[in-house]
Design a protein around this ligand. Sequence first.
Ligand SMILES: Cc1cc2nc3c(=O)[nH]c(=O)nc-3n(C[C@H](O)[C@H](O)[C@H](O)COP(=O)(O)OP(=O)(O)OC[C@H]3O[C@@H](n4cnc5c(N)ncnc54)[C@H](O)[C@@H]3O)c2cc1C
Ligand SMILES: NC(=O)c1ccc[n+]([C@@H]2O[C@H](COP(=O)([O-])OP(=O)(O)OC[C@H]3O[C@@H](n4cnc5c(N)ncnc54)[C@H](O)[C@@H]3O)[C@@H](O)[C@H]2O)c1
Length: 480
Amino acid sequence: MTRTVEDAREYDVVVLGAGPVGENVVDRVRAAGLSAAIVESELIGGECSYWACMPSKALLRPALARSDARKVAGLRESVYGPLDALEVFAHRDEVVGHWKDAGQVDWLDSVGVRIHRGHGRLLGPRRVGVTGPEGEHHVLTARHAVAVCTGSRAVLPELPGLVGARPWTSREATSADRVPERLIVVGGGVVGVEMATAWQALGSKVTMLVRGGGLLPRMEPFVGEHVAAALTTRGADVRTGVTVSAVVRDGGAGPVTVVLEGGDHVDGDEVLFATGRAPRTEDIGLEKVGLEPGSWLDVDDTLRVTGSDWLYAVGDVNHRALLTHQGKYQARIAGAAIAARAQGTGALDDGSWGAHAATADHSAVPQVVFCDPEAAAVGLSLAEAERAGYRARAVDLDMRQVAGAGLYAQGYRGHARMVVDLDREVVLGASFVGPGIGELVHSATVAVVGEVPIARLWHAVPSYPTLSEAWLRLLESYRG
Ligand SMILES: Cc1cc2nc3c(=O)[nH]c(=O)nc-3n(C[C@H](O)[C@H](O)[C@H](O)COP(=O)(O)OP(=O)(O)OC[C@H]3O[C@@H](n4cnc5c(N)ncnc54)[C@H](O)[C@@H]3O)c2cc1C
Ligand SMILES: NC(=O)c1ccc[n+]([C@@H]2O[C@H](COP(=O)([O-])OP(=O)(O)OC[C@H]3O[C@@H](n4cnc5c(N)ncnc54)[C@H](O)[C@@H]3O)[C@@H](O)[C@H]2O)c1
């Protein structure tokens, strides 16, 4: 039974969801001198800290380090053994704080943010109801703004037998502590590729079932081709152009069979569905403020929900870029915009690249996929640039032409592409695939955001012999 506690509380800003994005919104508004409360139904720190970025990278780091070491003469012979899965899991558990959030609670306390544990729902303009763990109910009022930062959850397709088969989603794939002998991965996006890489390294025989023509379809096609070739060389069965029609698993445990359209089937010990995300907005009271429950929330560049003067939606929930770093960037912008509006400090600086506009969301979103080899991209692919109407040219580079690549790893395989706007002679985007290239993407982000002219980039000299010399080779090719 619901018990209502009659202690209405008022704050300048109320934030729904304490993932990385909600935490950064409250941090920014507190820094600007506003009072703030945050509502969280699970763990402070959100999906990223406990079932996404952090545990997945903890599982992947030993896989990538071992793979790199195996490409270094004099070292490779020492690292031919299997990974110690129990040690890897123990380290992963440490990285996620054993799924306890005391550290993050301390941090919120230290910046003066009031935490309300429970499920939050909008009750009307600037009002949020919180149903706590014991069924108690609080009402929070926001003097200036409510920010919805409730993130996203894994989506399962509607398939016969799927729910009863108890498939892994990203949550189980990042928190499991037993290595399945055979793992079936459905979906060739980022989660599918990263988790296939991690579990293959931990000892699973991996089969990937990919609906489209290749892996990582949002990146340049050569990226997915390199990653698929490497997974296959290490023993994975990567099947593209296949459609799953049913899943069979008696009693939801033991061996599982995935049935494909056309009648073929694949047997495994676990099946991971990495088939995309849905917004966590179906039960947050959107109907009370004229919005559609279960929808992604449309926002302007200040992160304010279309048609509202008090409601913001930041991070995954607005579907602009489902990435922690980009959500935190939005949080910094939203926090500044909320504070400026609350304090009436004059017109907002919300033009392109202004302090109150998340301009980078449109043209400069960086991403590193921690697979083996690593994949990274920022800005527009060639196809995206052409679709957007740019007169664009792609310059390609086989990373073997870079001296630092040969030193980084014997038999280095990788590829880079720079997309140039021929009218302004600036870089619109860059993509890289190859061992160790994750750290290259920030140089590309600076070039894209800064709209640095190619003529000036020519003077940005990369150190010899580093992977960054990819830039020199790309610029040389561009200039002929
Ligand atoms: C397997 C995996 C790996 C990933 N790896 C990376 C990576 O390496 N790098 C990267 O940049 N991104 C990565 N991502 C994406 C990243 O996890 C998300 O972009 C990020 O978590 C979004 O942050 P958020 O704060 O918007 O949402 P979340 O992290 O989802 O946090 C939302 C919070 O809101 C709470 N909440 C929801 N509804 C309510 C409610 N009604 N009341 C109260 N609280 C509520 C939730 O409990 C949760 O704590 C990965 C995602 C997955 C699935
Ligand atoms: N390193 C990182 O930055 C990182 C790591 C993991 C996740 N993420 C973020 O998390 C988000 C979610 O990742 P994701 O991989 O779940 O989603 P995604 O949208 O990247 O990929 C899902 C894939 O599943 C396919 N798919 C959908 N339904 C299917 C079906 N019924 N059968 C077969 N295939 C199907 C889609 O075609 C798509 O290729 C991404 O947007 C990504 O940005 C980031």
